[in-house]
Design a protein around this ligand. Sequence first.
Ligand SMILES: Cc1ncc(COP(=O)(O)O)c(C=O)c1O
Length: 446
Amino acid sequence: MLPHERPPLAPADLNRINPAIWPRTSTRTDGTLTVGGVDVRELAREHGTPLYVLDEDDVRSRMRDYATAFAGSEVHYAGKAFLCKEIVRWLHDEGLGLDVASGGELAVALSVGFPPERITMHGNNKSVAELTRALEVGVGHVVVDSYEEIARLGHLAQELGKRPNVMIRVTTGVEAHTHEFIATAHDDQKFGLSLNTGAAAEAVRRILALPQLELVGLHSHIGSQIVDTAGFEVAARRLTALLVQIKEEHGVVLPELDLGGGYGIAYVEGDEAPDIKELADGLREIVTKVCTDAGLPVPRLTVEPGRTIVGPGGITLYSVGTVKDVEGLRTYVSIDGGMSDNVRTALYGAEYTAALVSRESTAEPMLSRLVGKHCESGDIIVRDFHLPADLVPGDLIAVAATGAYCRSLASNYNYLPRPAVVAVSGGRSRVIVQGETEDDLLRGQL
Ligand SMILES: Cc1ncc(COP(=O)(O)O)c(C=O)c1O
């Protein structure tokens, strides 16, 4: 059902905070949302809007859930979802590893002393400088993505006298999105070395020919917002077939398998989010079964969840600026941020839940579109949903589940400063990433 086809909510439903969508510590009293024990009106007063708010207890509890559910395996948080020094500290506290996709992400981790051996370095075009830094600090794994990179890494490793653990990013031909997975035709993308074309097997030959590289395993990442394990099973079977081929051709048994991330979260009513324990049991069972069937020892499993760890614990808080009714169609509610702080709707039609959170309202629902203040008509945060008809400028709107891929994809389009990120817990808020100022926007300009 398309969002605008959903039946309008009753006024009482507009105030509902669905615990599957909103941060774990969210409560609503007299219409006002509280997260981490802090009233959102207080947050807006103290830090201004727009504001990214991260429920620390929620995020940490999801880190712990993963560590517990995947005990005996490795959980490497995918930093691309949202990374800052404080998140790295939480990861360290909760015993998780980290997956970085650039030298910048690596620098954030190293800046607070995160152990390099717990870091996996990703990227389809890592620069010589990025690879050099990764080797010098001794990251735990480098996931190679091309023949050029194998040669480059081999050369650098020799020069620096290092022997990095290497995985190959394999394109298995499985691309999963939500419920369906398509097991063909996805070799046509920039990531990885294809199983179908034999590029992955050739990468194995090239790495094994370089004694300065230690080939330890295969990696695959099959998509995003995945809610069941069916696609992982196909990918694991295909990777295992390659493991068998490697054993037969080279007499080498690779000890590690990394199945990437991509687990889904609930953004709107009716979305399913996989239970982490069930997911862990399912993935372990799959890997054990496919390897046992193939007569191979069970490799050490690594997973790389991003969205599921930081997504649900984040909200974005906005102030309403204008409320424009386009008669017979819908009401455009303009807030003080937009596609510069959340590009996901404009970029790929993401759906979100949003609500009036600064007061109670019993007004009738009005079909609304939550839009930003940028010079793009596609600057939409929530396409079609219902807000109370008595909405006025100054009201606060919160958008749920914005902890992942919002701040990390944020821009300065139209010279808007990127908002601060505050962590809330135990009735207190603290800034973990400062909001940008006009000086920040002008810095570096000559
Ligand atoms: C290699 C790799 N690992 C992990 C992730 C994290 O995915 P998600 O945040 O959907 O869990 C991604 C996302 O693009 C990825 O490319």
